[in-house]
Ligand binder design. Structure first.
Ligand code: F6R
Length: 242
């Protein structure tokens, strides 16, 4: 079941998303969070950092699993999701490094890394998985056409995705990775609860596909219609086609 919340703007979206996240964190002694990168969750992460600083919410017993990572970059490269997460969240909430899981994109054995990541995730259960959504309905790096049965796997990035991401790489476009490692759609669906956030008009088609479209591999996010507990928070622009 999908609960849809439409808000005025990005600030409100971030506050509402924080409430959902905080409720899960407060209700567990050892919460397990699935996390995402990209621009959509940054406001939520700012709320989490502020709450940690002002109210002392502790992340000592919180475990995290990130959705995805580029292949081939050293983890301290400034554009890895490892760097993104430390800069935008982990440093601000003082979470112990041992509690943090991000796929290792420069592993020499990438298939082994996929299996290891999937195994590590099934040793825990994700209490809440945070997602953004691509303009084409992708979740994680699972592009249209990805099997709903997919587990953590390596994907070749579509040219459009590489071009979209090229703006973050100051060097030539050749530096944008060609592959990534991502949780699969079945991996995401194992989470007890899913929280998806999206803002802006360029997400309106994808949000339509997620809420009203047929459940189809053409729109990966539409699979969420089959999940028991999903909260989707969008601003008016992203909701404009509903
Ligand atoms: C991020 C991820 C992606 C993004 C999506 C939206 O870890 O896996 O699916 O959530 O591309 O990106 P933004 O939020 O930058 O629009």
């Amino acid at each position: 079941m999908i609960k849809l919340i439409v808000v005025e703007n990005y600030e409100e979206l971030s506050r509402e998303a924080f409430k959902v996240m905080k409720e899960v964190i407060d209700s567990k002694s050892h919460p397990v969070l699935g996390l995402a990168t990209g621009s959509s969750p940054i406001g939520l992460y700012k709320n989490m950092i502020q709450d940690h600083k002002e109210n002392g919410t502790s992340y000592e017993n919180v475990t995290t699993f990130n959705l995805d990572e580029y292949v081939g970059l050293k983890k301290n490269h400034r554009e890895t999701y490892y760097t993104f997460m430390h800069k935008n969240l982990f440093e601000g909430i003082e979470i112990p490094e041992k509690n943090v899981h991000i796929p290792v994109g420069d592993s020499e054995d990438l298939d082994g890394e996929c299996r290891k990541y999937e195994q590590a995730m099934s040793d825990y259960q994700v209490d809440i998985q945070l997602l953004g959504i691509g303009g084409n309905g992708h979740i994680g790096f699972n592009e249209p056409g990805t099997s709903f049965d997919s587990l953590t796997h390596i994907v070749e990035l579509k040219e459009r995705t590489r071009q979209d991401n090229a703006r973050f790489f100051t060097d030539l476009e050749e530096d944008v990775p060609t592959h990534a490692i991502t949780m699969g759609i079945a991996t995401v669906m194992k989470a007890k609860k899913i929280l998806l956030v999206a803002n802006g008009e360029n997400k309106a088609d994808a949000i339509y596909g997620l809420i009203k479209g047929p459940v189809s591999e053409d729109c990966p996010a539409s699979v969420l219609q089959n999940h028991d507990d999903v909260v989707v928070i969008v601003d008016k622009a992203a909701a404009s086609k509903l």
